[in-house]
Design a protein around this ligand. Sequence first.
Ligand SMILES: Cc1cc2nc3c(=O)[nH]c(=O)nc-3n(C[C@H](O)[C@H](O)[C@H](O)COP(=O)(O)OP(=O)(O)OC[C@H]3O[C@@H](n4cnc5c(N)ncnc54)[C@H](O)[C@@H]3O)c2cc1C
Length: 323
Amino acid sequence: MSNILVYALHHEGAINKNSLGAISTASKLAGELGGEAHVVLVGEDISDDVAGSVGTYGAAKALRVNAPAGVAQPVVDALAKVAGDGDYAYAIFGGGLLGFEAGAGLAARLGGGIAVEITDVRVDGGQLVAERPVLGDSQISEIKFDGFGVVVARLNAFEPVQSGSAVAVEDVSVDLSDASGKVTVVTRGEQRGADVNIEDAQVLITGGRGLGKPENFSLAEDLAGAFGGSAGVAATRAAVDAGWFPYAGQIGQTGKTVAPKLYVGLGVSGAIQHKVGMQSSDAIVAINKDANAPIFEFADLGVVGDLHAITPALTEAIKAKKG
Ligand SMILES: Cc1cc2nc3c(=O)[nH]c(=O)nc-3n(C[C@H](O)[C@H](O)[C@H](O)COP(=O)(O)OP(=O)(O)OC[C@H]3O[C@@H](n4cnc5c(N)ncnc54)[C@H](O)[C@@H]3O)c2cc1C
């Protein structure tokens, strides 16, 4: 039997969407391996409702560890303890910086292997095979583990799928290592003070340097507003570096990876470092005045023209269509 451990990140009573995706994926894979997905939650005030809710995404067990949240070392201690007490072959993390840190620590602690930025995992010959895009996402490498395997997903790679019902919560007592007390979370908040969540948006309007000035992000906001609730606004690094938009909303190699149903680029050239963060979008629309802009090479629909004229007209058209 091969059970799979999952680390679930939570904040203010909600489990992180990427963690929910990891739970759903782990539960499906564990089923194929003849095992179960067991979820570890680390924190000081996790309610029964929050912890037990992991069962609704397929987990067979919710294991709650009373330890500081938000830093890697207590997570490593917690997962290593649970892994040592049970029959586990793999651990899956939903992505993000804490997942990288804790995943690497866990692999080192258990003498296992780690694969990061994973976009898919399957069972083959009774073991997990993880897929990792390489060379600017132009190729896929396949990774198998010799011993305990830690899989850290790329953000938004694993979709949360509801299945099952809430489970009883088991409290696990963990002796924290000395290193666990060496780092304390002082405060939490978005970098540069912005509250921008681009990963959950179904429609993302992305502003690039072609917007010309920060005030013109209102064009992107108006268009997102016309689409409605699930739409958001994001930016290229050029726009972020210019101080036009918060870093939390940056798509790309040094920003976030997104996969909305619809991506609309306003004055975005489509540099490779931007492309790697948005190329998994279901549909890509680009408005750019330069017919040779690289974004037209991978856009599903390209509009060559001045965004200042086209975007307000598009916003009105969407509003009219939506009534
Ligand atoms: C190590 C490294 C990491 C990086 N990481 C990232 C990253 O995470 N994310 C990221 O986005 N970039 C990243 N970059 C930067 C990247 O290489 C590009 O410089 C950046 O993506 C360009 O942003 P842009 O498309 O907004 O600007 P530009 O490349 O300047 O493009 C602006 C576009 O707007 C068009 N335009 C201008 N005026 C109009 C108009 N009136 N109407 C319509 N179109 C118009 C132009 O034709 C042009 O194509 C990184 C670079 C490096 C070296």
